[in-house]
Design a protein around this ligand. Structure first.
Ligand SMILES: Cc1ncc(COP(=O)(O)O)c(C=O)c1O
Length: 436
């Protein structure tokens, strides 16, 4: 993370006085002198309190897709809020957003909105449990599905030494305060491992309500599903009557207009969306097929919230999706992202540093490893210290990927080819600086 300048440091001290660790999410804290503070964000850049500019590849961990403070998105919000923002009643923007989500995502018949990815995965799991009458949920190691107790097990920041062997994965509790009884409701499995998954399902398939999966490991360097993995999930879920949930909080409206459904041509029963759906405004959605979605409703599966479908968030999402449907959002991202992926690959080849580049142009990871990691377990075999030192050098020089290499580079439509050139120069300078 960047060293704070004088004004940024003074500002963060103020935050430390009133907010535990000075942050409103544990993930954001990286030391009293290192934690990032932002004063202004515009297009593909963020600026700290000393006015230092960074090319931003964190993008708030994924939500910014057309660019920070986009005038079209903000314009629609500004127009909307003058007519009131919170009614506890159906309003025009939420219907328009649901229509657009259905138009863009193959196999989605109905949509319910909420505000965060965590809320959405929580509701989606309840829906799957209500629909199947079963309690256990299968999640994959290294995946993050939000802050609630059902899924905060063996996530990307889990302790690899405490997860048991591959054939007998043990759920690692990510926080004190999660009741131990919750452990009995979660079954862990290594991602991309059809043999272990097949064995688990043979034993427990009929107890399992849902398999929830990140189609690309968005919290694990952007690892891609091996050919056939998502198809295997679909087939096994059909065989055992399990609800298949794609957690598309990171991939949705980012890797393609129709997310993983479109890119991999596999249709889950439910998808959870958030992040890019609102270009940074807090909005999330569950989309799914008619049969399962109709289990939600009065007297059936509970879903709700005071702010769900509020005018601010839905106006932002309406404009964001309109830009995606009408314009060049994805082709712009693809052009700059491909240039970065190819450029980093070329630099690492030139310096004889073994590596793989994972993911897709909108969301890719750099991994300094001798061989392609298959899953979260194998990611630990890579050289993260060197990558993080390179990222640290880049950040100090105004280019900001997440320092932690497990988190992918995120692209937005406001990034330019000049940004890509500056980024590649900073990456190469970082390599020269770190790898003597
Ligand atoms: C795949 C995935 N699912 C769910 C979530 C939780 O979303 P939120 O932070 O909006 O609650 C995240 C957050 O990073 C995520 O990456």
């Amino acid at each position: 993370m960047p060293k704070q300048g004088e004004k940024s440091s003074a500002f963060f001290k103020r935050a430390l006085d009133v907010i535990p660790y000075g942050v409103n999410s544990n993930f954001r804290y990286s030391g009293d002198d290192e934690t990032l503070v932002v004063d202004v964000a515009k297009d593909g850049y963020v600026y700290d309190f000393d006015g230092k500019r960074y090319i931003d590849y964190r993008l708030g961990w994924g939500p910014i897709i057309v660019g920070h403070a986009d005038p079209f998105v903000n314009g629609r919000v500004k127009t909307a809020i003058d007519k009131g923002i919170s009614f506890a009643a159906t309003q025009a923007y939420e219907v328009s957003v649901a229509e657009r989500i259905i138009q863009m995502n193959p196999g989605v018949d109905k949509v319910r909105l909420s505000n965060t990815g965590s809320e959405c995965t929580m509701h989606a799991l309840r829906l799957a449990r209500g629909y199947t009458g079963r309690d256990v949920v299968l999640k994959f190691e290294g995946s993050y599905h939000g802050a609630h107790d059902y899924v905060l097990w063996s996530t990307a920041s889990g302790d690899i030494k405490q997860v048991g062997d591959r054939q007998n994965p043990r759920a690692y509790k990510q926080s004190i305060g999660i009741p131990e009884v919750m452990r009995s409701l979660v079954q862990l499995c290594p991602w991309n491992d059809v043999e272990v998954l097949g064995d688990i399902l043979q034993k427990r398939g009929e107890e399992i309500a849902a398999i929830i999966v990140e189609p690309i490991l968005g919290n694990g360097n952007g690892l891609m599903p091996q050919p056939g993995f998502l198809e295997f999930l679909r087939q096994q879920c059909d065989q055992y009557g399990i609800v298949l949930i794609f957690d598309e909080v990171k991939t949705g409206f980012r890797i393609a207009p129709g997310g993983a459904r479109e890119l991999f041509n596999v249709i889950p029963d439910l998808s959870t969306y958030a992040k890019a759906l609102g270009n940074g405004y807090p909005i999330a959605a569950i989309g799914g097929n008619e049969e399962i979605m109709k289990s939600m409703g009065p007297g059936k599966v509970f879903q709700g919230g005071t702010y769900t479908g509020n005018v601010v968030s839905t106006a932002a999402a309406d404009a964001t999706l309109e830009l995606m449907q009408a314009g060049e959002v994805f082709s712009k991202i693809e052009k700059v992202g491909k240039t970065l992926m190819a450029g980093i690959d070329e630099i690492l080849n030139r310096y004889n540093i073994p590596h793989v580049i994972n993911g897709v142009p909108a969301m890719f990871g750099v991994c300094l490893a001798e061989k392609q990691p298959r899953d979260w377990r194998e990611l630990f075999e890579a050289d993260w210290d060197t990558l993080e030192a390179i990222h640290g050098y880049m950040i100090a020089n105004g280019v900001m990927p997440e320092q932690d290499g497990f988190e992918p580079y995120f692209l937005c439509a406001a990034h330019t080819m000049e940004d890509a050139a500056q980024t590649l120069q900073a990456f190469e300078d970082g390599v020269k600086h770190v790898v003597k």
